[in-house]
Ligand binder design. Sequence first.
Ligand SMILES: [Fe+2]
Length: 383
Amino acid sequence: MTTTAFFIPCVNLMGAGCLSDAVKTIQSYGFKKALIVTDKPLVQIGIVKTVTDQLAGAGVGAVVFDGVQPNPTTGNVAEGLKLLNDNGCDFVISLGGGSPHDCAKGIALVAVNGGSIKDYEGVDKSAKPQLPLVAINTTAGTASEMTRFCIITDESRHVKMAIVDKHTTPILSVNDPELMLLKPAGLTAATGMDALTHAVEAYVSTIATPITDACALKAVEIISQWLRTAVADGKNIEAREQMAYAQFLAGMAFNNASLGYVHAMAHQLGGFYDLPHGVCNAILLPHVQAYNKQVAAKRLGDVARAMGEKVDGLSDDAAADVCLAAIRKLSADIGIPSGVAQLGAKAEDIPTLTENALKDACGFTNPKQATAEEISAIFAAAL
Ligand SMILES: [Fe+2]
């Protein structure tokens, strides 16, 4: 028997209108001044002002850092940290999707532990818990508002660093679907497929447990039922709420069962070409699971069943094929490109991408460990 640990923020608020509950909770914790880590589109559509107004009403000050890039960088972390120190902020609020959450984790971790965010690449490299982080989510998604995963691009190496550290877990996560209604269709599709990838990779992971299995399969079920609606009709609050629950469940799964080669490889495409994380995952997902089918066919059959597919009476191998087809159909239905070459990826870069993918900590729990030749073949198939 091996022992396992289960990580999750200690307070998690869900449902339409829960932002006001979050502000009351922040007030009750006695925090005085937030560094709000966010991006410019959220300033432009007014969501940042909604939050700062509510904080001001509760007597909580705020300084806004809106310089987070879509794939947050070591430079973004350093810039936000300077603003935090210059203004004497006593806690951090991340507001947005995965990029602001990850950047905020980097800032909050270095604020307490010192040095540079590069010092914490890997698993549990920090000595102390980060500055308190409240993560207000506006996508469904990365689940970064509730995980211990922090992905920061090292600009000097063009590599996405995976920082997996229990000390980056936010103290409070907030999923208010009213903040998700303005999310564009393309972003809804990409982030929804990211969540599906979290669930599938966690379910076939070598360290899956009955807890993570339950979370993963329920996430797959909800995503299959609601993602198409959320993409087609962004104002549908029920679809937004269901996707918020689904991505949170997928987050519970992968935060504890970790991921696999889809993420290990998508991080390289994202870091090398500055591509959207969810789209890279969506394209790679069926290719990596076709490889994993050699050892995880039965589990992929379970995923097919959770997607609403009829697999009773089929062999494990045939059921896994149904799973791959259902994933491809979902991607196509919501407008995900069929290959990464359409996004600018080039065959000549595959050796570099492969070398870095094999170092990514997310790949260590893939159900079958691959050779460099096998990873290169998967990249080539996904072009
Ligand atoms: Fe992801």
